[in-house]
Design a protein around this ligand. Structure first.
Ligand code: FES
Length: 235
């Protein structure tokens, strides 16, 4: 076991625990966009940065193991400023249409922008034009809202084993794509919906459920239904 101090609180955790998990055990609310406990680590979004005494740079807590004696600040001025800049960078190529977005009210990017008071981006450049009509009946892909967390790619490969999607291009032109840029129907996609489940924004949505109500307007019920779409609420 190792002991470290997080926001002034001493916590003892098993050796090998990530700093993110140690912070959460200490009660800190660390924002994350690319991290998912069911998936391999990416460390790409940097929203989970924290300040560690003696380290010159802020560090991404999800990909850093907790160490004995660490002194960690999770909401210092530097951390808050870094998270604001990260959000602005993400907004630089995220289509802002929350008012008509299927994920309005259930979007991590929206939640964090609200939490840190980020309304727009100073880094706006060319507007993204990655939206692609995909004639498959199940999944709508709007990559003008994609924040490149790569959770969909990892879920497709690591949970489903379909390997249908991956990254194409670099920098501002980077986008999620299928092999040869085919539609999902012509790829190895099995339409399991895992990518929709892990997407933290409104980039991937179910065509079947679209327009039937946002998360805060609907209620989840236990059911044995195999989803015929009729709309009953069988317990
Ligand atoms: Fe840690 Fe994305 S959540 S880098």
């Amino acid at each position: 076991m190792i002991t470290l101090t997080i926001d002034g609180k001493r916590v003892t955790v098993p050796k090998g625990t990530s700093l993110l998990d140690a912070c959460r055990i200490a009660g800190a609310d660390i924002p994350t966009l690319c991290h998912d406990p069911e998936l391999s680590l990416a460390g790409s979004c940097r929203m989970c940065v924290v300040e560690v005494a003696g380290r010159r740079n802020l560090i991404a807590s999800c990909v850093t193991p907790a160490e004995e004696g660490m002194q960690v600040e999770t909401e210092s001025e530097a951390v808050i400023e870094a998270r604001r800049i990260i959000l602005e960078l993400l907004l630089a190529r995220h289509k802002l249409e929350c008012h008509v977005c299927e994920r309005d009210g259930d979007c991590k990017l929206q939640d964090y922008c609200y939490r840190y008071g980020v309304k727009d981006s100073r880094f706006k450049g060319e507007e993204p034009h990655f939206y692609k009509e995909d004639p498959n009946p199940f999944i709508e892909r709007d990559y003008d809202k994609c924040i490149m967390c790569t959770k969909c790619i990892r879920a497709c490969a690591e949970i489903t084993g379909a390997f249908a999607i991956n990254l194409k291009n670099r920098g501002h032109n980077a986008v999620i794509s299928t092999a040869f840029d085919l539609g999902l129907k012509d790829s190895t996609c099995v339409f399991c919906g895992q990518c929709i489940m892990v997407c933290p924004v409104g980039s991937l949505v179910s065509k079947v459920e679209k327009g039937r109500g946002r998360t805060y307007q609907t209620e989840k019920v236990r059911t044995v239904c195999t989803y015929c779409g009729t709309g009953c609420t069988l317990e």
